[in-house]
Design a protein around this ligand. Structure first.
Ligand code: SME
Length: 159
């Protein structure tokens, strides 16, 4: 498991690269894709990294956006359903350190042991979320929450 200090150093370095991507050219989806790739490449316990956005054509539904990792059958998720849907419904971060311990969970792969979902909120409206799955048990800490919330806030500014 990574030490807090090592995480802080890693996330500070990655935040610089996230900033470069966000300030650069390209459509929102390209930026999402590049950030997914960056996080999946650089954080060894981030095994699936993806964005969901709120479906503009259907109320209370999330649609899968850019992601890096195994393909998932959960392309459309209703609010309230699974970890992603609960985060969209409540507009809160969900940190699940052991997915076997929760019931309202949509499994993407038996390899996944833990998950963190961070909502992208603008003026209390949910626009989407950043979802990370890990094959490690209980790898997430406050450092991850702070780092991923910062990224979600940057997207709230452009979506
Ligand atoms: N596990 C999620 C579904 C999305 S996948 O992790 C990609 C959930 O319970 O909402």
């Amino acid at each position: 498991m990574m030490e807090s200090k090592d995480k802080r150093e890693l996330f500070e370095r990655l935040m610089g690269r996230v900033g470069e991507i966000m300030r650069g050219d390209g459509a929102d989806r390209d930026k999402m894709a590049r950030i997914c790739q960056l996080l999946a490449d650089e954080v060894n316990y981030y095994d699936w990294v993806g964005f969901y956005t709120v479906n503009p054509n259907k109320e209370r539904e999330l649609v899968l956006g850019p992601f890096v990792g195994d393909p998932t059958e959960h392309v459309n998720i209703q609010f309230g359903e699974g970890i992603c849907g609960q985060s969209a419904e409540t507009k809160k971060i969900f940190v699940v350190q052991n997915v076997c311990e929760v019931t309202n969970y949509l499994s993407c792969s038996p390899k996944v042991q833990s998950e963190i979902v961070v909502p992208i909120l603008k003026d209390e409206t949910i626009l989407g979320e950043l979802d990370i799955d890990s094959h490690t048990l209980a790898p997430f800490s406050e450092e991850d929450e702070i780092f991923l919330t910062e990224i979600a806030e940057l997207f709230a500014g452009i979506l």
